[in-house]
Design a protein around this ligand. Structure first.
Ligand code: PLP
Length: 392
């Protein structure tokens, strides 16, 4: 049956998070009580003033099509705010708004990649990267992120993998699933490589506001990089708006115009009232974000300390995003087996690291955007179930 479909979709697979969520829900339907650490989204509701702005927009009749690249006033606000935050000048014509951040990954890739072009991307990494490279007909070139390098990019290996066919490098800092943040010296070396070879960069900065003790620098702010970087960012994680579907890309204007055409024909436009809510998010108070990040930090510390207290588990402290990525190799089982075991035996839903790429094998991803009580309970259950298994 599969052979009836175009090659570009044959290799596509579901995101592990959705598969695990479905399995967890099935167990819940049988009466089991499951702690959810699988899906990567804030546990709290969208901030009140943002929701109200969205509701008011619907009541005011702002329910019609909007321009494909987004409402002009939202593009202006994003250009101003996202530019200032990164210390770069951004014109509204460089901003393309879409339903979530994913279109700002997918459509620039479609706009840039010809069949056979090589695309370098992080492994382990967000599964959409491999999917969009496949759909664009590109050749995927994963670069492993190693625990011993604090999940930063192995710069020597990266330099080796860049060749005459390399067209695009995808960066994600802070990273899903590792929580690693790329420091300035690493970004400077990558920028030097990219400029020397005339390569494009997609810099996925969706977690840029969720950092602990460090700042996530944008590679676009380095000299000569703005004209070859697509910044991907959005509202889902920062403002707890995952279901509203609102994100944006910032890129050179000529590319933005191509991406706008892809949006026109593939999506039409982003929901108008969602964009009005996004405007309220940018223009409104930012202290709810600061408060939430403070709470995430406490949850991170609780989770990392708890994981490291389990014999056989070893976990680095993530500097950003809301994921812990513990090493579970001591149990001698693959990560999918262990994730299934923890779901069945402990009632804790976590993701197998292998769902993020080959180099993710041997790890689990746990989202700590869950209440401290849930994290404590999950740790206790996991500790007991893993003790029954015992490190080998
Ligand atoms: N990039 C990364 C690294 C993510 O983890 C996610 C969501 O999980 C996205 C992009 C997509 O964000 P959105 O839900 O706004 O499309």
């Amino acid at each position: 049956m599969l052979e009836n479909f175009a090659a570009r979709v044959r290799s596509l697979e579901p995101e592990g998070a959705y598969r695990m969520l479905a399995r967890a829900r099935a167990l819940e339907a049988e009466g089991r009580e499951i702690i959810h650490l699988e899906i990567g989204q804030p546990d709290g509701p969208t901030f009140d003033h943002i929701s109200r702005a969205g509701i008011r927009a619907i009541e005011d009749g702002q329910t019609r099509y909007s321009p494909a690249a987004g409402l002009e006033r939202l593009r202006e606000a994003i250009a101003r705010e996202a530019g200032a935050r990164r210390g770069i000048e951004v014109r509204p014509s460089q901003v393309v708004v879409g339903p979530g951040a994913k279109p700002a990954l997918f459509f620039p890739t479609l706009a840039l990649i010809e069949a056979g072009d090589e695309v370098i991307y992080p492994d382990p990494g967000f599964p959409t990267y491999a999917a969009m490279i496949a759909v664009a007909g590109g050749t995927p070139v994963p670069v492993p992120l190693r625990e011993e390098h604090d999940f930063g990019v192995d710069l020597e290996l990266l330099a080796e993998r860049v060749g005459s066919r390399t067209r695009l490098i995808i960066l994600n800092s802070p990273s899903n699933p590792t929580g690693g943040v790329l420091a300035r010296p690493a970004l400077e070396q990558i920028a030097e490589l990219v400029i020397r070879h005339g390569i494009w960069v997609i810099s996925d900065e969706i977690y840029a506001r969720l950092t602990y003790d460090v700042e996530a620098l944008s590679i676009a702010s380095l000299p000569g990089m703005a004209e070859r970087t697509i910044i991907c960012d959005g509202f889902s994680k920062t403002y707890a708006m995952t279901g509203w579907r609102l994100g944006f890309g910032i890129m050179p204007q000529a590319l933005a115009e191509r991406v706008e055409l892809l949006l026109t024909h593939a999506v039409g436009s982003t929901a108008t009232f969602t964009q009005v809510a996004g405007l309220a998010a940018i223009d409104g108070p930012q202290d709810p974000v600061v408060q939430v990040v403070g709470e995430y930090r406490r949850r991170r510390d609780l989770m990392v300390e708890g994981l490291n207290a389990i014999p056989g588990v070893r976990c680095r402290t993530p500097q950003g995003a809301f994921y812990a990525f513990p090493n579970i190799m001591a149990f001698g089982r693959d990560s999918e087996w262990l994730a299934d075991y923890l779901l069945e035996e402990a009632g804790v839903a976590v993701l197998a690291g292998s769902g993020f790429g080959r180099a993710g094998e041997g790890y689990l991803r746990l989202c700590f955007a869950a209440s401290q009580d849930s994290i404590r309970a999950a740790l206790a259950r996991m500790s007991e179930a893993l003790a029954r298994l015992g490190p080998s």
